[in-house]
Write a protein that binds this ligand. Sequence first.
Ligand code: AMP
Ligand code: ZN
Length: 113
Amino acid sequence: MDNCLFCRISNGEIPTKFEYEDDEIAAFADINPKAPVHILIVPKKHIPSIAEVTDEDTELLGKMIMVAKKLAEVKGIANTGYRLVFNTRKHAGQIVDHIHLHLLGGKVLGSMA
Ligand code: AMP
Ligand code: ZN
């Protein structure tokens, strides 16, 4: 989608340092990090949120989690632990309507709200 920020970042239209990239997925640092490690794992396919995924996206979602797991290892937070979050629609505070998996770690994150 032309006017979608994460489409434009993941397809290279907005130059961004990727922590990971393949044909289907890009990962890059969150611009406003909430933890020492805060990376967004983003599919290149435009999907507004988890609420819109279909059965055909099952493999893609699994790949996103595998990318997060591997990035956690690369960033040295696999042993201490980390959080993976999909904010979904208004009550979760989703502000970018293109699906993204937050990888957060490098400090004690506290309990969920
Ligand atoms: P969410 O509330 O799950 O929609 O989170 C969207 C996230 O995208 C926030 O943590 C923002 O800091 C982050 N963000 C917004 N714009 C950018 C950008 N240009 N590059 C990297 N991260 C961004
Ligand atoms: Zn998009």
